[in-house]
Every structure is written in C-alpha cells, then in structure tokens.
Design a binder for this molecule. Sequence first.
Ligand SMILES: *[C@@H]1O[C@H](CO)[C@@H](O)[C@H](O)[C@H]1NC(C)=O
Ligand SMILES: *[C@@H]1O[C@H](CO)[C@@H](O)[C@H](O)[C@H]1NC(C)=O
Ligand SMILES: *[C@@H]1O[C@H](CO)[C@@H](O)[C@H](O)[C@H]1NC(C)=O
Length: 774
Amino acid sequence: MLLLLLLWQIQDEDISASSQWSESTAARYGRLDFEEGDGAWCPEITVEPDSLKEFLQIDLRSLHFITLVGTQGRHAGGIGNEFSQMYKIKYSRDGSRWISWRNRQGKQVIEGNRNAYDIVLKDLEPPIIARYVRFMPVTDHSMNVCMRVELYGCEWLDGLVSYNAPVGEQMSLPALPAYFNDSVYDGAVIHRCVCGLGQLTDGVCGLDDFTHSHVYNVWPGYDYVGWTNESFPSGYVEIMFEFDRTRNFTTMKVHCNNMPSRHAKAFRQVVCYFRSEADWEAAPLAFGPAEDEENPGARFVTVNLANRMASAIKCQFHFADAWMLFSEITFQSVKRCLPLSPRLPSPEDDPTHKIDDSNTRILIGCLVAIIFILVVIIVIILWRQVWQKMLEKRGPGRIPSPSLITCFPRCVPASASAAASKSTAAAAAAAVQDGAPHYAEADIVNLQGVTGGNTYAIPALAMDLLSGKDVAVEEFPRKMLTFKEKLGEGQFGEVHLCEAEGMQEFMNKEFLFDIPEDQPVLVAVKMLRSDADKNARNDFLKEIKIMSRLKDPNIIRLLAVCIYSDPLCMITEYMENGDLNQFLSRHEPEGQLAVLSNAPTVSFNSLCYMAAQIASGMKYLSSLNFVHRDLATRNCLVGKNYTIKIADFGMSRNLYSGDYYRIQGRAVLPIRWMSWESILLGKFTTASDAWAFGVTLWEILNFCKEQPYSQLTDEQVIENTGEFFRDQKRQIYLPQPVLCPDSLYKIMLSCWRRNTKERPSFQEIHRALLEMQP
Ligand SMILES: *[C@@H]1O[C@H](CO)[C@@H](O)[C@H](O)[C@H]1NC(C)=O
Ligand SMILES: *[C@@H]1O[C@H](CO)[C@@H](O)[C@H](O)[C@H]1NC(C)=O
Ligand SMILES: *[C@@H]1O[C@H](CO)[C@@H](O)[C@H](O)[C@H]1NC(C)=O
C-alpha cells in the first residue's frame, strides 16, 4: 500500500480525449495545475446538456485503487474562464466494459468547479478499481467547458478483477430488517453477482455490530454481504474470484462479522480450488480457522493459500452458524519477478533444427543476455536524460502540484501498522543530496536558494514593490572570512559557518551587535556555485534583495554580500547555540531526571519564551505576506539567553534529510510539518505556516526528542493527510506532549484545523503565547 503515481507521470499518449478544440488544448494539457499549451483540455464543440459525448480519458496501464479525484478549469493566466460545473466518471478495468461511477447513495453526477482556477477535490465513496478512467463534463445548458484533472490512489496489488457471489440476503430483526445485498457491486446482478467488484473490495470494514455503519445514512447491515444457511442446503456459499493474471498467492484475508447473539459467525471451514491455465486443479486447499469464542467482534480471518499459482480461485465458505457476513476480502500474492534473461527456445521445440553444440547455446545465451543488459542501460540513460530535461524545462517555479495518488489503507488504522520512520531516512538523504528542486506554487515567486531550498516565497506583487528600492547591503571583503565548518549543501551551492573579522563596520547602523568591536563574528555564508546557470544567479540576487529588507529581531538578518566576483555569497547572522533542534536535543526538562543525569535543563517558561519569539518573527513575515514554507525547529537559531531567530538552512543539511520527503523525483518536501492542503493541493499560505508552527511548537514541548509522527512511515503520513482532507475523525493528530498544558495543546490543535480560515493568525498565536508566560 503505497502512494504512487499521478497524471503528471503518465505519458502523454496515455491521456486521450473524445475530441479537442485545438492542438494546444489537447488531452495532454488536461493535467491538474499544468499551465502549458492553452491551459487545459477543451473538447471541440460546446457541451450540450445530457449529451455525455465528450470525455477525457486516462490509461493508468494497470489496475489502480482510486480514492480521490481533483478537477480544475482553464485559467491560462487569466485569459481562460472555462470550467466544468459538474461531471461524471466512467471507468473500465479491461478497456471494453465501461461502468458509470455512483456514490453510495446512487448519484452519478459529481459537483465540479465554480471558477477556472481553484482545484476541487472529491472523495470517491466507494473508491474505483480500474485501469481506465474517463471524466465526462456535464452541463445544464449548452456551454464551453475545459478541464484539468488528477487522480489519487495506488496500484491495486490484489489483482482481483471480479468476484462472483450469490446475492446477499435479508435478516428480520425486531426493529428494521438488515439488508446484506452488495449495494455498490459494479457487475451484473441476476441470481448471482457476476463480473464485478463491490462491497467486498471497497475498503470499508464493517463494525462489530452489523446494524451500524461508518457510512452516513444507510440501512442496517449496509457494510456486509451475507447469507443464511437456510438458503444453502449444501452448507456452504461459493464465491469465485478472477484475477488480472496468474499469481502466486500467499494469503486471503476475509473480514467477517461475529455476533453470536444474532447467530452471525465467521466460517467453519473454507475449501478453495485453483485454476492457473484452463482447468481447475484437482487438489483443493482446505482451511479451518481456529475457534475464537472469547472474542466477539468483527475480525479478519487469514487463510494461508500456500503459494498456489492461479488466475482464478473458487472458495466454498462453510457456515459455522445460521449467518455468515463478510465485509471485505483481500488477496496477497508474491510480487512477480521478471526473468533475468529472456527464455531461449529449447531445442526440443523444433525437431528439425536441433542445436547439438551446447557451447553454441551458451554463447547465444550470453550474447542475448548482454544485448538485453545493454538495451536496459541505454533505456535508463535515455530516460534519465529526458527526465532531467523535463526538470530543467520546468525550472524551479514551474513544478505542478504534488498530486499524489495517495492510498488510504484498506481497513487498517494507520496507527496500527506503525513502522520505523527511519527506514525512509536513508532514501530521503540521497534525495536531498542530489538536490531535487523544492516544491513551488505557480503564482508565487519562488526563491531557489543556493542550497536547493527556498528561502521565503512572496507574492509577485510584493516583489515588484520591493524591487523599487535599492539593495541596502554592502559588499564584504572575502578575505576577512575564515571557514569553520560546512553547514550544508544543495544543488546550487553550499552554506558555510565562518568567522568574519571587522563585520561591525559593514553593518547597518540601526542594527547593533552585542559583540565587542575587535572580536570576530560568527556568520553563515551561503555561496552560489560558480558554474551555476543564469536562472540560479538571478534567483540568488532576488533572494538577496528580499533578504535585505527583512528586518525583525526574530528573523536572521542579511549582513553583507560578495557579489563583485564569483562565487556569489550572502552573509547572514549565525547564532552561537546553533539550531533549536540540536539545542533542545541536548537539554532536558527541569525535574528529577535532569538532576540525576546532570543534564543541562530548560524551564517551561523558557520554552514558552522561545515559542513566542518564533510566533513574533512569523507575525512579521506574515504582515509582509511572506510565506516561509519550511518552519521547523531545525530552521530556528538560538542565541544568548534563549533568543531565537528564524532562518532557512534546514533543507540543505544532511542531518535533517530524514525530515524531507521526495515526491517522485520532483520535489523535496517537509511533509511532517505540512498542512493537508500544501500536500494535496500545493497551496502554501500563512495558514499553512500556522500549521507548521503547531508542529514546531509540538517539537519544542518534546525537546525535539522525537520526529513528528515518528511511528508513521512517510507514506502513512501522506495517508493521514488524506484523512485530514476527508475529516471523518480518522485523522491522527500529534499527541499532547507530557510537558504540555491543555491550554498550549489547544493552540496546537487550532493550528491543525482543516479549514484554513479557522486557523489562528500569528498575531493571535503570539498574543496567546505571551499570556501563557507569568
Ligand atoms: C439493497 O437493499 C436496499 C434496502 O432494501 C435497497 O434500497 C437497495 O436498492 C439495494 N441495492 C441493490 C443494489 O440491490
Ligand atoms: C511462489 O513464491 C514462493 C515465495 O517467493 C516461491 O518460493 C515459489 O517458488 C513460488 N512458486 C512458483 C510456482 O513460482
Ligand atoms: C442453520 O444453522 C443453525 C445454527 O447452527 C442450525 O440450528 C440450523 O439447523 C441450520 N439450518 C440448516 C438448514 O442447516
């Protein structure tokens, strides 16, 4: 279960359409947040009500489990104003049978966009399992429609394409009867349900009490498909499962209800038959689950399928009581390994052309293998070149939204499948080192710092205002810098910790150092690699311009620059206690434990004081409409007496590479600090900075001893993001730290509100934090 894939990754030829208005509005321009061509896919003619002729089609190349879709209209920098107010979705698993998607209430039409630019996400309930998906604009009057779309989901590893089961039955109960029909089944229903998938694969597990459901406004028994032994004289229910190809099966998991009071129980025995080629194999597999009398409640029963090979499986589930109710069936199979070398025709295949010399056979085998390997290498090289070109062409500011296909776990609460988060750290480390461009939003001037990280992002308008004035920093003589250590590095350069002599003379008069004149000053020097291209140089100069205007006691100050000669440098303050993350990791809360271990301590009040300074610095940034995008303790520096200044070096530092996640080779993102809308929609605002502030506050109260969501993998963090979007109370919040009083935890929770407008401003946060201090 992994997040994967999106339209952006899909080849142009896999996005097609019923028609196109022009070459520049072809199907391939229908990707979400994609601004090329004329800015969207537009069909050839006006869309008429109820015509349903036009569609945009995506071929995912294999079956996918799709849980979310996003749509957007044609904006084209303000020229376009076409969008689809409504649409329908059709999907297909084989490319021939097309099924109209309906929600759980049976409705097909999905509400789309209200303007040409906002992205609208829609939860697919039930989810779609398909290889092909079509978006079909729907209108109530004749109108021009254009669309950009996105799919979110993951590969359907079960490989199941259909199950055929007897129609579910009805149970009389004292109040309302319970209906166990398969209400979202997408195949044909006659005596049996055939050729479709439905509730047994919709990712919703039934509750212990089958008369209730998580799903809103449905009848009793909704989550389950069930049968009574009265209708099955043979004593069993037979279900047939068909798969996309022959697979090597390890297990089948059946989620069964267990309510002895209502005579519902898991099965007594299951007998499975396997078909790999044309015929059913003679030897079935029988399995009897262990009786578990003490534990009522719904559960998964795991059936060991003993590595049997099959493209179809037929299972007879024997009743253990009067009723048998299933809500979900999943299959696990061994990942297919491709043969290392192509299979050679064996000499026996062709009696007229026997190759007797075994040496020749070996030689041919080796040659074929070598050619095969060469082809693979060439393909990889070509692919990498194309990939790099695409990245270059896009440039740092032109990367579309992350548009993940996130996979929501099927019935498994994310917390239950905890895994070591560190396992991804190594991969992320590699990602950060080779300096993938940082994520950027289209209408924001992205500052690609030398380190590959963005500094601050500001609206284009503010940028114009700023560039009117002169840069108020002076050139600093390079020779007066003494290298101390490397703080980090990225795609475009490095950050060094240096001592600067005579810095005081070069500083603004308004800005006073509390250091004697004759002592060297600790500074951070950001350096642009001398071979950096023109764009990187321009961005670097832009960053200088912006940095030079940031003047706040809680923001790292730009002191001087070296721009007369290469390499270009930017000299900023650095603080003697390093970053807040390392600083707090070295300290302990006041108390017994600290006394015993003799560790240095920080009082609760000092923690609050530091947090308030961060809020104050952010208040300043937000007043200028600056969005930081990477607020975290690793990006705050600590000086004397717990003074704090906000910086932005985090991303370039190997030490923190585990805090960043790389999305499909495109962007490196601090996902554990990011709001749901930043991850799913690529929206970065002051409200998403507030979210990150909440996480930063959580880190502080934990003395940075733990990474946020440390028990979740990166993929699970993104799954959790999906839950924040869905807002069905399944999202996991960071827990209240031991040291953290309720009032402070309330501030954190308010930063993580789903609705961005309900999150507090930095002004409010700052005020609340000041009030916390005695
Ligand atoms: C399932 O049963 C419910 C309740 O009787 C009914 O409303 C619904 O239409 C049925 N669905 C199908 C697909 O048979
Ligand atoms: C199925 O997978 C298992 C485990 O990887 C392997 O040992 C076995 O040989 C496979 N069976 C076949 C027929 O490939
Ligand atoms: C169905 O199961 C119940 C409970 O085990 C049993 O009493 C009853 O005889 C069974 N009915 C049939 C037709 O097998």
